[in-house]
Design a protein around this ligand. Structure first.
Ligand SMILES: *Cc1c(COP(=O)(O)O)cnc(C)c1O
Length: 234
């Protein structure tokens, strides 16, 4: 995409994020905009980087590890897609945050690799808030227990929750879902589990990020509205 168009897209998204923060009585600094750059060429990422964005999200390990050496070193990379255990070793020490932990077995592998690399890995628990068969993530009712189990792994630090809401046309339809996830995070925070924080809520994408911000998102993951439609056939 042309650099001008990318910059215009970004400033429009930025304007909408700022407006949503205002409506919710929140400070703009409470919300991190993650530019979701999957399938997009590094030239496009560089254009967005040059405007000052430092948080980028990718959903595939191979694509992520390919892009990291091509881009400036001060980027905070977010792994937002489903993570297979055999790929954990390639990214544990390279990402700012893993958004997609939904099983103890995956957490165990992250813990093993964290120790090998001498790091503590910040993660989010992915919750399948609408209980969709096609989506990864634990059920709402299972999230607290998974947090408790993972809290004993000292190579991992739980920072909060992530959800991918249903793909709806009218973003209002997802308000309930975001509200539920926020409630759940307050619930878990009140348990005061050692080694578990609930400071991050990663929710909201191109179709619904404003509603997510109004309901308490601290991180929104926006791809299409910044980089344009994705073409998976190339
Ligand atoms: C692709 C993706 C996004 C961004 O989606 P858009 O609708 O293009 O903004 C956000 N989160 C996850 C987990 C994704 O895979």
């Amino acid at each position: 995409m042309r650099a001008d168009d990318l910059r215009n897209n970004l400033s429009e998204v930025e304007r909408r994020v700022t407006e949503a923060c205002k409506r919710a009585g929140r400070d703009r600094s409470e919300v991190t905009l993650i530019a979701v750059s999957k399938t997009k060429p590094v030239e496009d990422l560089q254009t967005i980087y040059d405007t000052g964005v430092r948080d980028f999200g990718e959903n595939k390990v191979q694509e992520l590890t390919g892009k990291i050496p091509e881009m400036p070193a001060d980027i905070d990379w977010h792994l937002i897609g489903h993570l297979q255990r055999n790929k954990v070793k390639y990214i544990v020490d390279k990402v700012k945050l893993i958004h997609s932990v939904d099983s103890y077995r995956l957490a165990e592998e992250i813990n093993i690799q964290a120790k090998k690399h001498g790091v503590i890995v910040p993660i989010l628990i992915e919750v399948n808030a609408a209980n969709e068969a096609t989506k990864f993530g634990v059920k709402l009712e299972e999230a607290k227990q998974l947090c408790e189990e993972i809290s004993h792994l000292d190579g991992i630090h739980i920072e909060g929750l992530m959800t991918i809401a249903p793909n709806v046309v009218v973003s209002e339809e997802n308000r309930q879902i975001f509200h539920k996830i926020k409630d759940l995070s307050v619930d878990i925070a009140n348990e005061n589990i050692d080694n578990v924080d609930m400071n991050i809520l990663s929710m909201g994408m191109t179709n619904d990020f404003e509603v997510a911000i109004e309901e308490g998102a601290t991180h929104v993951r926006v791809g299409t509205a910044i980089f344009g439609e994705r073409n998976y056939n190339i």
